[in-house]
Design a protein around this ligand. Structure first.
Ligand SMILES: NC(=O)c1ccc[n+]([C@@H]2O[C@H](COP(=O)([O-])OP(=O)(O)OC[C@H]3O[C@@H](n4cnc5c(N)ncnc54)[C@H](OP(=O)(O)O)[C@@H]3O)[C@@H](O)[C@H]2O)c1
Length: 305
């Protein structure tokens, strides 16, 4: 597995990360096999959130692994906060409380990265700044980032927050490419030209913020997986042909497509199946050509002006 230096940090992270959103109902044995398989395949970065499984995902992860300091030091743990039942909450009190809860459930003294999960309409960046400084000084959080935020939201935050924002976790897959389309369709009047995210892709490159594509196999908002799906015949034909030519599984091509983007993204995969993890990790050794990258993009139904 290739690794990447996450800009603004000392982390040498695997280019593919494993998300733990779906593990809460798995047995100890299943979780342990999944995580150890991922680690054997070179994954050293695990994504959590206080809300996954209603808190159970963090708890089950550490419980099933029998978390201890030697295992803890072999991995980077990232978690998120800010989603409450029915509202979003970036208040200082909530951020501090949420981190304490995550540390307890994860059975650790620190998280490597804390992300603000979804933009809070009532955000008071001065409060976020105070919370981040307390968390950094206490050693509970090493690095900070955001999720699902646009450039102006990050600008607002960074006017007050002293720590660097190193990560922005965003929904991105071959079938969910709004942030790429807008860059290709500049100056056009078609659907692709609609800039919904405020040029977030270019902004993150400019500021050296690592984009973590979430749900890299899903289309829509958790509508299903586009691979082996009759709704995407052209796309699957193209992906399968590339997979055969490169001697990997179709899942590896879907991730190689994200890794080929020069923004140095770190996709967060969410499978709970150890064999899929092994197949997907082969993506790190596949480099699509520029032409292949565009062919996949077009096979998903996208158009070039
Ligand atoms: N920041 C945010 O707002 C946000 C939102 C959502 C998710 N996330 C993060 O992103 C991670 C990934 O999200 P996700 O789980 O939706 O991503 P995903 O990797 O796109 O989807 C994984 C799901 O697809 C299923 N699947 C079926 N066929 C598959 C195939 N051929 N290849 C791969 N998966 C297949 C998996 O089932 P099996 O388990 O049976 O393989 C699993 O249920 C989460 O764990 C979380 O850490 C962040």
């Amino acid at each position: 597995m290739k690794t990447m230096k996450i800009a603004g940090s000392d982390m040498n992270a695997s280019v593919i990360s494993l998300g733990c959103m779906r593990i809460s109902k798995m047995t100890d044995q299943e979780i342990s096999t999944l995580i150890h398989t991922a680690m054997e395949a070179g994954i050293n970065f695990f994504d959590h959130a206080d809300v996954y499984g209603g808190g159970k995902s963090e708890e089950r992860f550490s419980e099933a692994l029998g978390m201890n300091s030697s295992l803890r030091e072999k991995m980077y743990l990232q978690t998120k906060c800010g989603i409450q039942r029915g509202y979003y909450d970036f208040s200082k009190a909530h951020i501090l409380e949420a981190v304490d809860g995550s540390l307890k459930r994860l059975r650790t003294d620190y998280v490597d990265v804390l992300l603000l999960h979804r933009p809070d309409a009532l955000v008071e960046p001065e409060e976020v700044a105070e919370a981040f400084t307390i968390l950094e000084k206490s050693g509970k959080v090493k690095h900070f980032g955001v999720s699902n935020q646009n450039p102006m939201q990050i600008e607002l935050l960074t006017k007050f927050v002293k720590q660097r924002i190193i990560i922005n976790q965003l929904q991105l897959s071959i079938t969910n490419t709004g942030m790429i389309d807008a860059g290709i369709h500049v100056n056009m009047e078609d659907e692709g030209s609609i800039n919904r995210d405020g040029s977030i892709l270019d902004y993150c490159r400019l500021k050296e913020i690592t984009i973590q594509p979430w749900s890299p196999f899903q289309f829509g908002f958790f509508e299903g997986v586009f691979l082996n799906n009759d709704q995407f015949p052209e796309l699957n034909k193209k992906i399968d042909a590339l997979a055969a030519a490169k001697g990997v599984n179709n899942t590896a091509i879907a991730i190689a497509w994200l890794l080929r983007h020069p923004a140095h993204m770190q996709p967060i995969i969410g499978t709970t199946n150890p064999n899929r993890v092994k197949d997907i990790c082969k993506a790190a050794d596949v480099t699509l050509t520029r032409q292949e990258w565009y062919e996949v993009y077009l096979a998903a139904g996208n158009k070039l002006p």
